[in-house]
Design a protein around this ligand. Sequence first.
Ligand SMILES: *Cc1c(COP(=O)(O)O)cnc(C)c1O
Length: 419
Amino acid sequence: MYEHIEREDAEVYAALIGEEKRQAEGLELIPSENYVSRAVKEAMASSLTNKYAEGYPGKRYYGGQEFTDAVETLAIERAKKLFKAKYVNVQPLGGANANIAMYFALLEPGDTVLGMDLSHGGHLTHGHPVTYLTKIFNFERYKMKNVETGEIDYAEMRKVAKKIKPKIILAGFSAYPRELDYKKFVSIAREVGAISVMDIAHIAGLIAGKAAKNPFDYGFDIMTTTTHKTLRGPRGGMILIRESEELAKKINKAVFPGFQGGPHMHQIAAKAIAFAEALRPSFKKYAKQIILNTKAMEKVFKKHKARMLTGGSDNHLILLDVWTSFGISGADAEALLDRAGITLNKNAIADDTRKPMDPSGIRFGTPALTTRGFKQRETTRVAEIMVEVLTKRDDKTVKRARQEVKRLALSHPIPESFL
Ligand SMILES: *Cc1c(COP(=O)(O)O)cnc(C)c1O
């Protein structure tokens, strides 16, 4: 692997080999990460990276588009089928870019978005004060009514929506382990004349694999997403429109020329391949196994009476209050588990009293482990190792855990193909 890089650039080569080894020998529990197939990687490394293709299939600003048009059309048609969308834009370079284009397509400066509170699971791009989006648009919040069950306060949301008249009602999350009541979102949005948008970045693979409900079945107008999380494609973004041609035109204009220049055609080819993989029956099995594996981990933490936000999980991720459960901060827990070869991230919990850089919780999930072929037996063991390390914390326990983690990882190599 990387034979040309090895010969021509020893420094980058050393870093690449280091990362290959880290991924092979460690256990990846960051719920937004995954492993792509060799076919997806080949597309990412293809000559399509050389090509400028500003515009859309059939309407480009440069010549020589015979094959780029073919590739982008394949990606669009496959995405339509996967998510039951009438229109799709596959050009956003990432999830944040997709959201930014979506806001500018649908809003005027000063307009209001009603989105999930960030400490209750929303994403930075849903209006965190550190983003420049908040200089332009007005973000208001809804929250969970009960953080022990995860139930959203829909009555309050409706009341607030009627008062502030948002242009967009935004659903979706990065750290919320339950399914939303999509019907309620859509009915509130329609009642106040807002466009309903669901950011499915985290659960796109679960929806594509039919292990989670499709918000379009409940009347959502638009979905934004990443393609590299549970969907298991290349790093990138996408915007899906259920049926409105008018909205689709606005979205396309906002992505290009509104915000981006030439689309990354190598990335779009990789998206097309990943979507074909997700259309296979084996992907349904994968999506279902992600949830079974999360449930297996949930059981271990329940047994140890650890506090999980919303009481557990119905999807691919768990949010664990390590401060209450183990008397250790989120940052310390992340560092400790990292030493054991278990990679995950510290995370704020709802209405966290600790600081963002050292919050009360950790967030972890099973998409990457499931890609490696982990089933309930192995994920149960991973959760048990986590409990051991978080409880004992001594060098001997961490060292023993690291050895077992390496054994587990090497006995489940990262697959090259998902045929
Ligand atoms: C990950 C994520 C994004 C951003 O995706 P990037 O590709 O990192 O820009 C946006 N929204 C949600 C809900 C996410 O989880």
